[in-house]
Write a protein that binds this ligand. Structure first.
Ligand SMILES: NC(=O)C1=CN([C@@H]2O[C@H](COP(=O)(O)OP(=O)(O)OC[C@H]3O[C@@H](n4cnc5c(N)ncnc54)[C@H](O)[C@@H]3O)[C@@H](O)[C@H]2O)C=CC1
Ligand SMILES: O=CC(=O)O
Length: 332
């Protein structure tokens, strides 16, 4: 019997994915908590002469990595974002790249809403207040924040996740604005059925009019530091920025200044630049009064991570069988 194809998995993903791979492949998993270095990925792919690579968003996958194994046939990432993969290098080498769209959209949208509610209604500050022993009585103006209901939500990037974020605004009777590279009529129709009248506007208008601005664009050249000093200055002083997209979509120095100078009221970040954010990074000076930060966990529900693992394994299996990937990242 021919040897099974070899697959390198750069971190232990949920069993749903590993078990699927183990049915057909010789599976090697990096078992540490932190990612393997790029050098280690290269050495391992070369030693294994691996046919498949299943990677995470914390791995830097460029042409050098792709050339490490003479047999590499497919790359599958356990994420929807693929900004960590050099897509031009993959296209040049005819290596298909799989990712995990759709299965995490609702879970990620739920989390964006959790950051929105937490920053607006000052949940973290409230808990600190209790734990610090400061809670002596009910206070008429204690930890007041803006209403979420009937406010204006601005969604930048009305794709899968942006649509789910907008859909959830129905329960809060919010006005919804969105900007994108072009109007998304399918999303508008879907949202209208859910009772949300999403208005396409240019980004300048969205920034000027929104009480909450939530970012849902992929990271690429056009979206690098999409929100920087001039954008913060366009926003309302009462505005709250939520970022669950990628850290570098927001210029961290500009965010620091915007919070310092009260150009905006607060921000909630699940993604940061740099990532991980060191605990002594200057941005943490603003925690918790003006900033809430979480460690890139927006898709981290048990069910969704299982679905992502299965989808990433299915993409890899399709590529190794010489079939087109069920969820292929666009090579553009
Ligand atoms: N924090 C987390 O754990 C998670 C983060 N993400 C991030 O969210 C991103 C979006 O995911 P999906 O909604 O599934 O992607 P998607 O591809 O469905 O939607 C992205 C939307 O952004 C739009 N867009 C692209 N360039 C733009 C620009 N310059 N200005 C305005 N809009 C622009 C696209 O036209 C599209 O409508 C991912 O690429 C990933 O980086 C995704 C899942 C979880
Ligand atoms: O950030 C998470 C992803 O799936 O992309």
């Amino acid at each position: 019997m021919a040897d099974k194809p070899t697959v390198y998995v750069t971190r232990r993903i949920p069993d749903a994915g590993i078990e699927r791979l183990e049915e057909d492949y010789d599976v090697h998993v990096w078992e540490e908590k932190t990612p393997p270095s790029k050098e280690h990925i290269i050495e391992t792919l070369a030693d294994l002469e691996a046919e498949g690579l299943l990677c995470l968003l914390s791995d830097d996958i460029d042409g050098e990595v792709m050339d490490a194994s003479p047999n590499l046939e497919v790359i599958s990432t356990f994420s929807v974002g693929y900004d960590h993969i050099d897509m031009d290098a993959a296209a040049e080498r005819d290596i298909p790249v799989g990712h995990t769209p759709g299965v995490l959209s609702e879970t990620t949208a739920d989390f964006a809403w959790s950051l929105l509610m937490t920053t607006a209604r000052r949940t973290v500050e409230g808990q600190d207040y209790v734990l610090d022993g400061e809670w002596e009585t009910w206070g008429p103006t204690l930890l007041t924040g803006p209403d979420v209901h009937h406010a204006t939500l601005g969604v930048i990037g009305m794709g899968n996740i942006g649509t789910e974020v907008a859909r959830r605004a129905a329960g809060f009777d919010m006005d919804v604005l969105y900007s994108d590279v072009e109007p998304n009529e399918d999303a508008e129709a879907e949202l209208a059925e859910a009772g949300v009248d999403a208005q396409f506007v240019d980004q300048d208008e969205l920034l000027a009019e929104s009480d909450f601005v939530s970012l849902h664009v992929p990271l690429m050249d056009a979206t690098h530091h999409l929100i920087s000093e001039s954008e913060f200055k366009q926003m309302k002083e009462e505005a709250i920025l939520i970022n669950t997209s990628r850290g570098p979509v927001v210029d961290p120095d500009a965010l620091y200044t915007a919070l310092e100078k009260d150009w905006i009221t607060r921000a909630g970040l699940d993604v940061t630049e740099p990532e991980p954010l060191p605990a002594d990074h200057e941005l943490t000076d603003h925690v918790p009064e003006k900033l809430v930060v979480t460690p890139h966990i927006a898709s981290a529900s048990i069910q969704t991570r299982n679905k992502m693992a299965r989808m990433a394994a299915d993409n890899l299996a399709a590529g190794l069988a010489g079939n087109s990937l069920p969820n292929s990242a666009h090579q553009d």
